[in-house]
Design a protein around this ligand. Structure first.
Ligand code: FES
Ligand code: FE2
Length: 337
C-alpha cells in the first residue's frame, strides 16, 4: 500500500502510524536511482540561482540587544548588533582605527563604541573608513549582504523560500563543517541516502519525482519523496516532502502532504573562508519552522522552551552525519586525502 493511501486512513487524533520495521540491510538499495549525473545537474542548476549577495549569519534571537555578535562571511570578519529599538545592524568586524574587534565593542544608541580608543561607528557611517553592510532580520534568521563576496546583482532583501505564515514554532541549529556550501547542498540533493544513512530518523523512503537531467527550470527543479519520520522502531509519521533551492546556498524541505503540511526545514550554507589548515569552512544554519492544522498545535507554542531543545537535538544528530557526507565529498573533489 502506498503511503498516500495510508494517509487517508489515518485516525483523526494520532499522526503516528505503525509499520513493520525492515532490517537495515534488507532495504531496497537506492544507488541505482541516485544517479551521480542527475545530482550534479541539480547542483549545477542550484549554483546558478541568484542570491542577491545575502548570507545567513545566525538565528535571529542569537543577536541580542546590548551585545555585538562577531561572525565571519567568506573570509571577512563582520559584526552584527541591535539598537535600542531592536533593529539589526551589521558592518566590518575590525575597527577602522587600529583593528580592534568590534565584537567586543559597547553598544550605545544605534552605534558601536570601540573598547580600544573609543571610536564610534554605526549605521550612519558611509565614509571609506568603515561602511556598514545591509542586514535583514526575517524573524527567524539574521542575514547580512556582502557585495564584495557575492559579486552578484544586489537585492534589497534575501530571496526566501515558502514558509508557514506563522513562524513562532521554530528552532535553529548551527554547525561548522570542513567543506564548501555546494557540498552541503549536494548532500541534500541526494534524497536517496535518507533511510540508508539515517535509519534512526527515516523509514520507507521513496523518491517520487526528480528534476530532469537536462533543461532544469524553476518549475521542474524540485525533488519529491514519500518518507516516514521515525519516532520509535515501528512507529512513525508518514509525509510527502519536497526539496527546492530558493538560492545557491539554501535548500528547503517542505512537507506538502501529511502531518505538519506546510512545515519547512531550511538549510543554509554560509562560507566562512579557509580555516587554519587552509581548507574551507562552512557554517550550516538549519531552521525547522513547524506548523500544523491540528487544534493541539497551539500547545506546541506554549511548550516552546521544551520543544526547541528537542527539535535542536534531532536536527543536530542528522546534521552530524550529513556534515560527514559533505566533508567527505569536499575531500574527494579537492583531492586532499
Ligand atoms: S582600535 Fe578602535 S578606536 Fe582604536
Ligand atoms: Fe541526510
Amino acid at each position: 500500500m502506498s503511503i498516500r493511501l495510508e494517509l487517508v486512513n489515518w485516525p483523526e487524533k494520532s499522526p503516528l502510524q505503525r509499520f513493520t520495521p525492515e532490517k537495515w540491510s534488507r532495504q531496497q538499495p537506492t544507488y541505482r536511482d541516485a544517479d551521480p549525473g542527475l545530482i550534479a545537474a541539480a547542483l549545477r542548476w542550484s549554483q546558478q540561482r541568484p542570491s542577491g549577495n545575502w548570507y545567513v549569519v545566525a538565528a535571529s534571537d542569537a543577536i541580542g540587544r546590548g551585545r555585538p555578535y562577531g561572525a565571519k562571511v567568506a573570509g571577512r570578519e563582520i559584526v552584527l548588533w541591535r539598537d535600542e529599538a531592536g533593529t539589526l545592524h551589521a558592518g566590518p568586524g575590525a575597527c577602522p582605527h587600529l583593528g580592534a574587534p568590534l565584537a567586543t565593542a559597547q553598544v550605545e544608541n544605534n552605534a558601536l563604541i570601540c573598547r580600544w580608543h573609543g571610536m564610534r561607528v554605526g549605521p550612519e557611517d558611509n565614509a571609506s573608513r568603515w561602511c556598514p553592510y545591509p542586514s535583514h532580520d526575517d524573524g527567524v534568521l539574521a542575514w547580512v549582504r556582502v557585495d564584495s563576496a557575492g559579486a552578484e546583482t544586489p537585492t534589497d532583501a534575501p530571496i526566501l523560500g515558502e514558509r508557514p505564515a506563522d513562524t513562532t514554532v521554530h528552532a535553529v541549529t548551527r554547525l561548522i563543517g570542513v567543506c564548501e556550501p555546494r557540498d552541503i547542498i549536494a548532500n541534500r540533493l541526494d534524497p536517496w541516502h535518507g533511510s540508508w544513512f539515517h535509519p534512526y530518523s527515516f523509514a520507507r523512503l521513496e523518491v517520487t519525482r526528480t528534476p530532469p537531467k537536462a533543461d532544469i527550470t524553476e518549475e521542474n527543479h524540485r525533488f519529491e519523496l514519500d518518507v516516514t519520520f521515525r519516532v520509535t522502531r515501528s512507529l512513525g509519521v508518514p509525509v510527502r516532502a519536497e526539496f527546492s533551492c530558493p538560492d545557491p546556498r539554501t535548500i528547503v524541505m517542505r512537507i506538502v502532504e501529511g502531518e505538519g503540511a506546510g512545515s519547512v526545514v531550511e538549510t543554509h550554507a554560509t562560507p566562512l573562508g579557509p580555516g587554519p589548515d587552509g581548507r574551507a569552512r562552512t557554517a550550516v544554519v538549519e531552521t525547522t519552522i513547524a506548523t500544523s492544522a491540528r487544534p493541539g498545535f497551539r500547545h506546541a507554542r506554549r511548550a516552546l522552551p521544551l520543544v526547541r531543545p528537542m527539535m535542536n537535538r534531532a536536527a543536530t544528530r542528522l546534521w552530524r552525519d550529513d556534515l560527514a557526507y559533505a566533508e567527505r565529498r569536499y575531500l574527494l573533489r579537492t583531492h586532499q586525502s
